[in-house]
Design a protein around this ligand. Structure first.
Ligand code: ATP
Length: 247
């Protein structure tokens, strides 16, 4: 695959819940090998945008192109098979199944043999899960559950891994570990689209970012540009960050 190729292109996408518009002509793109962050306050429409991309919520207008092919309106399972795989917000594991069983389910679309041959590989990236492979997912800590959710998505062989708020509710040390895992996956060639309210963490990890407000793209740029942008610093990065930055 051409490393400069655009893997995901979202063009003028609008969406609504009933009669209420939530996304208004949103456009953005993700190139192969990049980490792109979508940031924005609670309710800006970030999760809805990911749901539209993954086929879980219909767009009322616009286009979603994945590897050059229009995918909007496609069934979520077909979109997963094409390699666009989402780690959902709040993890959505099967709590009464074991770590191993949850992982196996992530790869089932590719058949039993694939599952047998690929499960162990993700235990290397997440050693905490390896020690708990027979433990029920519901008994894991929040950080371990997030790692399992990530590993389960990786079992589906993503070309583009899409994450909704991977740092939600986790302690800073665990968030740092998850971000290190994502950086390692990027090193291995994976392309990542990340939604975060944790704008600072997401922009420190990402190559580029988009800030969403009230269903629109307000700003777009390299992560470094956004980290220095006055509006972003004021709106999302908080007083402490400004202080540190200006020292
Ligand atoms: P959060 O970080 O809280 O998830 P977000 O930026 O991801 O915020 P969305 O979850 O996409 O935002 O929500 C955008 C708007 O759509 C909000 O006003 C929200 O209340 C509304 N909304 C989200 N889901 C639904 C739904 N199932 N039915 C009706 N309205 C919804």
């Amino acid at each position: 695959m051409n490393p400069d190729a655009t893997l995901l292109r979202v063009l003028n996408v609008s969406a609504r819940y009933g009669s209420i518009p939530v996304l208004r002509r949103v456009s953005f793109h993700v190139r192969t090998g990049e980490i792109v962050a979508l940031i924005g306050a609670n309710g800006a429409g970030k999760s809805t945008l990911l749901k539209v991309v993954s086929g879980m919520h219909p767009a009322t207008d616009g286009e979603v192109l994945f590897a050059g092919e229009a995918i909007q309106g496609g069934a979520p399972e077909r979109i997963v098979r094409k390699g666009l795989v989402q780690v959902p917000e709040a993890r959505q594991l099967f709590p009464s199944l074991t770590v191993m069983e949850n992982l196996e389910l992530g790869g089932y679309v590719h058949g039993r043999r694939y599952v047998r041959e690929h499960t162990e590989q993700w235990f290397e990236l997440f050693p905490a899960l390896a020690a708990r492979r027979r433990q029920r997912a519901g008994t894991l800590s929040g950080g371990e559950q997030q790692m399992l959710s990530l590993a389960r998505a990786l079992m589906a062989k993503p070309k583009l891994l899409v994450l909704d708020e991977p740092s939600l509710g986790l302690a800073p040390l665990i968030v740092a570990e998850i971000y290190r895992n994502l950086a390692a996956l990027r090193q291995q060639g994976l392309t990542i689209l990340l939604v975060e309210q944790n704008a600072l963490g997401a922009l420190q990890l990402a190559d580029r970012g988009y800030a969403l407000e009230a269903g629109r793209v307000l700003l777009a740029g390299s992560a470094a540009e956004l980290l220095q942008h006055d509006d972003i610093r004021r709106a999302y990065l908080g007083k402490d960050y400004r202080h540190k930055w200006e020292k």
